[in-house]
Design a protein around this ligand. Structure first.
Ligand code: AP5
Ligand code: ZN
Length: 217
């Protein structure tokens, strides 16, 4: 399956993507994770992206689109993928359509995660990531590590993202409403959108998502 995951910052896209990608045996491609990896490795792309990600602003399309399509090519897009955080504006959605059309393939579904803003703020404020692996994800209240500040999976140090401050979250939400939400209408016109509530336990949200994806087939 070829799926796009959409939702506000902190909706649980990364959390759900890990389970969905495993259930469906498709690669999880997160542009946020790709930017953070480039930044921590000190690459040229990371250097360019950092000023935007740190500020909570979208990274310009000329950097983002090439990075995302390169990554899709590496994982044989025709065999399926789960995109998390891409596309994030209508220009990126159009570029993705061109990429897919050129490859002779299309999307199967756009899964839209709905979460009220006060919950998003709580989820982001309590989020902790592992220095060794972005996918080792915790929340101080909802999924706390056994020892404070230490990753349960690998023993790595847990940290808070530079863009997870209250001020940056406000900027990210504004970016989401003004630039990303319009892609939901764009994909509605293609009949691809499945909207689900992302409230409740992680496993319940995954079950809801799997059901919506099956219904859309
Ligand atoms: P990105 O990394 O994509 O950030 P985001 O969209 O703001 O999303 P988050 O990673 O904050 O949240 P999430 O929805 O994945 O939630 P999570 O699963 O972690 O992008 C970062 C930056 O990169 C952007 O600001 C931009 O600068 C740049 N960028 C990326 N893509 C771009 C693009 N295409 N174009 C331009 N710029 C781009 O969950 C959050 C917390 O909640 C966790 O602690 C988790 O444990 C907890 N949680 C999750 N689900 C539940 C649940 N059901 N119940 C309780 N807690 C839960
Ligand atoms: Zn870890």
């Amino acid at each position: 399956m070829r799926i796009v995951l959409v939702g506000p910052p902190g909706a649980g896209k990364g959390t759900q993507a890990a389970f969905l990608a495993k259930n469906l045996s498709i690669p999880h491609i997160s542009t946020g994770d790709l930017f953070r990896a480039n930044i921590s490795q000190g690459t040229e792309l990371g250097r360019k992206a950092k000023e935007y990600t740190d500020a909570g602003l979208l990274v310009p399309d000329e950097i983002t689109i090439g990075m995302a399509t390169d990554r899709m090519q590496q994982s044989d897009a025709e065999n399926g993928f789960l995109l998390d955080g891409f596309p994030r504006n209508v220009g990126q959605a159009e570029a993705l359509d061109v990429f897919l059309t050129d490859a002779g393939i299309g999307l199967d579904a756009v899964l839209d995660l709905e979460v009220p803003e006060d919950e998003v703020v709580k989820r982001i404020a309590g989020r902790r990531l592992c220095r060794n692996n972005d996918k080792h994800l915790f929340h101080v209240d909802y999924s706390p590590p056994q020892a404070e500040g230490v990753c349960d999976v690998c023993g790595g140090e847990l940290y808070q993202r530079a863009d997870d401050t209250a001020e940056k979250v406000r900027v990210r939400l504004e970016e989401y409403h003004s630039k990303t939400e319009p892609i939901i209408d764009y994909y509605k016109q293609q009949g691809l959108v499945q909207t689900i509530s992302a409230l409740g336990a992680v496993a319940d949200v995954t079950a809801r998502a799997m059901e919506a994806l099956r219904a859309g087939e």
